[in-house]
Design a protein around this ligand. Sequence first.
Ligand code: SAH
Length: 261
Amino acid sequence: MKNVQYKHTEIAVKKKLGQNFLTDRNITRKIVASSGAGPLDNILEIGPGFGALTREIIELCPVFTVVEKDPKLAEFIRTEYPQLTLIEGDFLDIDLVALATKKPLRVLGNIPYSITTPILFRLLENRRSLVSATLMMQHEVAMRIAAMPNTKEYGILAVQLQAFCDINYLFKVGRKVFRPQPGVDSAVILITPKKEDPIEDADGFRRFVRIAFHQRRKTLLNNLKESYNLDTVESDTLKLRAEALSIENFFQLFRQLKPPQ
Ligand code: SAH
């Protein structure tokens, strides 16, 4: 196992915790600047690590919250940045609604790649408690989030997120600026929940999107017919594959469905 040292702290890097630390100050500045964070924001940083982003955020907003799972890194943050509110634990376990009682959260983070999807879905579920999320993730996942119809990247992740949030692919970050160096490049994405949900039944929509993409090569008709009564649906659409539908097409189709039997 590799060790990484910064100031007074040395840790054995834990792959499971997605520990790839940013070393380029231009990049950390760029990420924080592009988040739109300001002094009055209620900021939550996921996985501060050795504080690469943390110290840039502090320049804009002196008091905020960080959540760090690694006890040694939590201790590092506690010592280096005593003015911050530190939650030592798992981001996936924290109550975002409770953190957002006074003001919705602006989330930032170079997030652990192993749990990117669970983090994204958790943010999506809690979108009413968010102003925005600026996240660095594996480039390949960023492409799947920002994907357009009729591409191989376009799938459940793109449709779920783009249905309820505006997605901005900000920029790519090469693997060379991390320590230890990961095997893949990264990218930064800005996720901004839409002011109002375009669909009332978000849970029903989520299930519908999952079923529509169940077997990508099959038509919508074949994927949907087991789970929905399709009598009321315009039949030309059903001859298409899910990947051909825009987000707006997904909304239209969902609205045409009769409730599941
Ligand atoms: N922000 C730092 C570190 C990024 S590496 C930088 O850019 O250099 C990812 C960080 O997330 C690590 O500090 C890791 O310990 C932490 N982490 C991993 N899983 C986590 C989880 N479930 N909840 C909170 N933090 C987590």
